[in-house]
Design a protein around this ligand. Structure first.
Ligand SMILES: [Zn+2]
Length: 250
């Protein structure tokens, strides 16, 4: 029998007939894994907590031709507070969907794994779930090679971005007022730029102390939504290509 053990976060847990679940897991060693767990929807099943979304669990898996099979599992951290709060649950779902959407099967990335687990732990006790998740988004795109350029205009190179500055997803960074003619570019104030820089460079644990205005939160939400949409819809192949290039060169 081809058995292996991994510790993984449950990205997705889909209910199937006969009390089965098809799981999408993300592990440090093996990256994304798809596995079927038998009989876990029975009320008596002790595996239920371990296979629910967001859980960080220990799995003993058997390799299969298409899907692996869960032989044993045990929840290590099941994040009960996330399940008791709709807002935090929504952010946790967004975080796991993001990792699922930006990674390919069987391509491990330890930094992505650490970011995800760290994010879930912070959401579990979060002071500010919205900023925790914005920080994850920014750090995740950077890990994958798409760190946004925030030190000046991507078009003319001017460091004086000032008022009227926008964020251009397609250009991967800020565009100054005089260059910002094209549609589809979103406002990005000085405060928002400063917050993004802090999120990229700071110890994320310190982000709980960050104070961000309502306006800047909305800007950041739109900036990241546009950027992620561009990355996942327009450039999915290059994202995976880039990951494989990096693995090859490391
Ligand atoms: Zn410019």
């Amino acid at each position: 029998m081809n058995l292996y053990r991994v510790r993984a976060v449950v990205l997705n847990s889909r209910e199937m007939r006969d009390a089965h679940r098809v799981l999408t897991l993300y592990s440090r060693e093996n990256g994304k894994i798809r596995a079927v767990a038998h009989g876990v929807n029975k009320p008596s099943s002790r595996k239920r907590g371990a296979v629910q979304p967001f859980s960080f669990s220990d799995f003993l898996l058997r390799r299969g031709r298409e899907l692996d099979t869960v032989n044993q599992c045990e929840g290590l951290e099941v994040f009960p507070a996330l399940w008791g709060d709709l807002e935090r649950m929504g952010y946790a779902a967004h975080a796991t969907e993001l990792v699922d959407g930006l990674t390919a099967d069987g391509e491990p990335n330890g930094t992505v794994f650490d970011l995800l687990l760290h994010t879930l732990r912070r959401l579990e006790k979060a002071v500010d779930a919205e900023l925790v998740v914005r920080g994850l988004e920014l750090r995740l795109v950077s890990v994958l090679g798409y760190r946004p350029r925030l030190d000046g205009c991507v078009n003319c190179g001017s460091g004086e971005t000032g008022s009227g500055t926008v964020f251009s997803a397609g250009d991967g960074g800020l565009v100054c007022k005089s260059c910002s003619t094209a549609a589809g570019r979103v406002p990005c104030s000085g405060e928002t730029v400063a917050v993004m820089k802090l999120m990229l460079d700071w110890d994320p644990a310190k982000l709980d102390r960050l104070r961000v205005s309502h306006r800047s939160r909305r800007e950041l939400q739109v900036v990241m939504r546009e950027y992620l949409q561009w990355l996942t819809e327009v450039r999915p192949r290059s994202l995976h290509f880039l990951e494989s290039v990096r693995r090859g060169s490391s």
